[in-house]
Design a protein around this ligand. Structure first.
Ligand SMILES: [Zn+2]
Length: 215
């Protein structure tokens, strides 16, 4: 699937998105086709508590990191537009065995950060994926006040992420994120969704750190 997608988009994005690549600077999308060629597919992800299944598209490494950083810190949505079609295939893979009426949601970042940056990168990924896949998207979680994740070490990050459910939670929910590192944010989100009535909670991310994966 990954290889197939990679082969099919060569040239397409150069024509439609004349953006310069944040990693190598060449014109022709970000990631450009040459950097896409270097992206490693993510391996299977280890079990994360409260989630039935989790998958990520690419490995979070020195190749993919500049693109995720561009999205997270500068609102560079090119990576989302570029990777959303492949993420949509991956969504079909993991959601197909569950329920046709799968609802996409995201674990919101802190309101302070949304105010400062003007967007929530997880929401950006989720909405673009919904557009690509035709699935419904719904804001199902509210972030409760707590500590920031960026700049904290792993042990600190594993605590202090709390959510509350909003409204009626559907039976099958996919929590979408830009990157899975410790999995603690997704686990916290999934646990709240389950308590609020979700029977199946899946996780999907653009990237995952190698230590989250089984290879
Ligand atoms: Zn490039």
């Amino acid at each position: 699937m990954f290889e197939q997608w990679r082969g099919s988009i060569d040239g397409f994005f150069e024509q439609w998105f004349p953006t310069s690549c944040v990693r190598c600077g060449s014109l022709g999308g970000s990631p450009c086709s040459s950097c896409i060629g270097e992206l490693e597919a993510a391996a299977s992800i280890k079990q994360i508590p409260s989630l039935d299944q989790v998958a990520a598209l690419v490995r979070y490494d020195e190749i993919s990191r500049p693109f995720i950083a561009d999205l997270k810190f500068r609102g560079g949505w090119s990576v989302v537009r570029t990777l959303a079609p492949a993420l949509s295939f991956l969504l079909d893979d993991i959601a197909a065995t569950h329920h046709p009426d799968t609802v996409l949601t995201w674990a919101p970042t802190t309101p302070e950060r949304v105010r400062y940056r003007g967007f929530d990168q997880a929401e950006v990924v989720t909405r673009e994926l919904a557009r690509q896949s035709g699935h419904r998207v719904q804001r199902l979680l509210r972030r409760l006040p707590g500590v920031h994740q960026t700049g904290r070490n792993r042990a600190e990050r594993s605590q202090g992420v709390h959510f509350a459910a909003l409204g009626r939670v559907p039976q099958v929910v996919v929590v979408v994120d830009d990157v899975v590192t410790t999995g603690s944010t997704m686990a916290a989100a999934a646990s709240v969704l389950r308590d609020a009535g979700a029977a199946t909670v899946l996780g999907l991310a653009l990237a995952a750190t190698p230590d989250r994966t089984m290879s």
